[in-house]
Ligand binder design. Structure first.
Ligand SMILES: [Zn+2]
Length: 81
């Protein structure tokens, strides 16, 4: 059974989704949302990319301007201008 969720819920659970902390059912729900929602898919890709960069650098501190860009991108995806 797949529930439909809105963008706010999808983004709210994005971190847990990427961390693999959700149940299979919830993962399927988020994945389904990302398949059909370009802004959330972009946010997920951006976050995934960022994690790769951070992992590559062995958890070097994330530059503050990058953190601001992430926050802005997530806000934009949520429709909070
Ligand atoms: Zn969405």
């Amino acid at each position: 059974m797949t529930d439909y969720i809105n963008c706010g819920d999808a983004l709210h659970q994005l971190y847990e989704f990427l961390d693999g902390e959700l149940t299979d059912e919830k993962r399927a729900t988020i994945a389904d949302h990302l398949d059909h929602c370009a802004p959330c898919d972009e946010a997920a890709k951006f976050e995934t990319e960022l994690r790769h960069v951070i992992a590559d650098r062995c958890q070097e501190e994330v530059p503050e301007d990058l953190m601001h860009r992430i926050a802005a991108a997530l806000k934009a995806a949520r429709g909070e201008a």
